[in-house]
Design a protein around this ligand. Structure first.
Ligand code: ADP
Ligand code: GN1
Ligand code: MG
Length: 351
């Protein structure tokens, strides 16, 4: 079946080997080994209902970046034999990328350089696109990082959930309600127009950065959710996935500890590119970004658990509840750290 897809991209399957790859929760990914290696992906069209809008966005960005910064590595999908980067069969919608040579990705940060370099890559992306008119981009997912919508979806799932699920989720539900000040701040930010609209990646997880063998950042990948948005989405996802030595799947909550030096690495890496571009408000809400994204991810995991695991890929029953508790533990740690840090004495965050 995958062989037929490869043929449509002009690749001879008999001289290539296909291996399942990556740890994404939405799409399915394979590495295609051959004289040249590729990444083959099946887009989850239940989630991305208009994959053409992803293609349109990527073409616009590829043209803009190619014209202005020809040395920037922008990983775009390859055209199939019919010229389109999307191949649709009865099995689904597929695309193919060149495998970036001698690159690697990670699911947790183990050395500070990884956090610095990844934050720098996201900062560079934001800086190079600072003059690109974000309104030219399609919304590949409507209201994707709208915290109000996510909270409403949680409320609805709560109203419809079976009582046993509500009982086992009690701690997480109470925590979500307890931290609703994060939603209040979000609404304040929006209504006061404090944050400029930028081109935002919207999935700045650590495994969406490719590194070389010395942990220098090579490029960003997973560009499906690049759309207009706010900096809190990307900076927040960096904190969510770089600050702690274990990832969102860790069930042993005692292992969830924030490494302060890693926060410095994120700040230094991101500011090395965006330090002169961020507005005073953006700097002021830098730590808030982490709370915003961790909170939203906890809401999304818990909502999916209450809904019966219809969105995120799971390996075992109850995994989305584990993920929600994990994220809420991380949130509490970040809040404790925030209380400790006097932002005004942190030189990187001075207005
Ligand atoms: P998902 O949306 O499922 O997270 P990604 O596009 O992030 O899918 O791909 C999954 C994994 O595949 C990445 O974490 C990375 O390890 C690898 N990968 C993706 N694209 C490339 C590429 N062009 N070159 C090398 N590795 C890649
Ligand atoms: C999903 O596809 P993947 O695994 O990179 C999700 C992100 C979440 C993330 C949590 C389209 O990303 O928003 O932050 O899982 N993507 C979508 O791990 O919902
Ligand atoms: Mg990914």
């Amino acid at each position: 079946m995958l062989n037929q897809i490869l043929e449509k991209f002009g690749i001879n399957p008999s001289s290539h080997r296909i291996e399942e790859y990556g740890s994404g929760l939405i799409n399915r990914t394979w590495k295609v080994h051959g004289e040249q290696d590729y990444i083959l992906q099946r887009i989850n069209t239940d989630v991305f209902q208009r994959p053409e809008s992803i293609v349109e966005n990527l073409l616009l960005l590829q043209k803009y970046l190619g014209d202005k910064y020809p040395d920037y590595l922008f990983v775009a999908p390859l055209p199939a034999l019919n010229g389109s980067p999307l191949v649709t069969t009865e099995e689904g919608t597929y695309r193919l990328f060149p495998f970036i040579h001698e690159s690697q990705s990670i699911n947790e940060v183990t050395v500070y350089k990884q956090a610095y370099e990844a934050a720098k890559q996201f900062g560079k992306f934001a800086r190079l696109l600072k003059d690109f008119d974000a309104s030219r981009l399609k919304y590949t997912l409507q209201s994707f990082h709208d915290l109000n919508l996510r909270y409403e979806q949680f409320d609805k799932a709560y109203d419809q959930a079976d009582p046993a699920k509500l009982q086992e989720s009690e701690w997480a539900i109470l925590q979500l309600r307890d931290h609703s000040d994060i939603l209040v701040t979000y609404n304040h930010l929006l209504s006061s127009d404090k944050l400029p609209v930028r081109v935002v990646h919207h999935d700045a997880k650590i495994n969406n950065v490719l590194f070389d063998e010395e942990w220098n950042g090579i490029c960003l990948i997973d560009l499906d959710t690049v759309m207009p948005g706010y900096f809190i989405s990307d900076v927040g996802d960096m904190m969510r996935t770089y600050l702690c030595p274990v990832n969102e799947d860790e069930a042993d909550l005692s292992k969830i500890k924030i490494d302060e030096q890693c926060l410095d690495a994120i700040i230094n890496g991101y500011f090395s590119e965006m330090g002169d571009e961020l507005t005073t408000s953006e700097k002021e809400y830098f730590i808030y970004a982490g709370k915003f994204m961790i909170y939203m991810q906890a809401i999304r995991f818990l909502t999916d658990h209450l809904n019966g695991d219809i969105y995120y890929h799971i390996d075992y029953t109850g995994q989305n509840l584990v993920r929600a508790k994990n994220q809420l533990t991380l949130l509490n740690q970040l809040i404790q750290l925030e209380e400790k840090i006097d932002l005004l004495t942190n030189p990187s965050l001075k207005k």
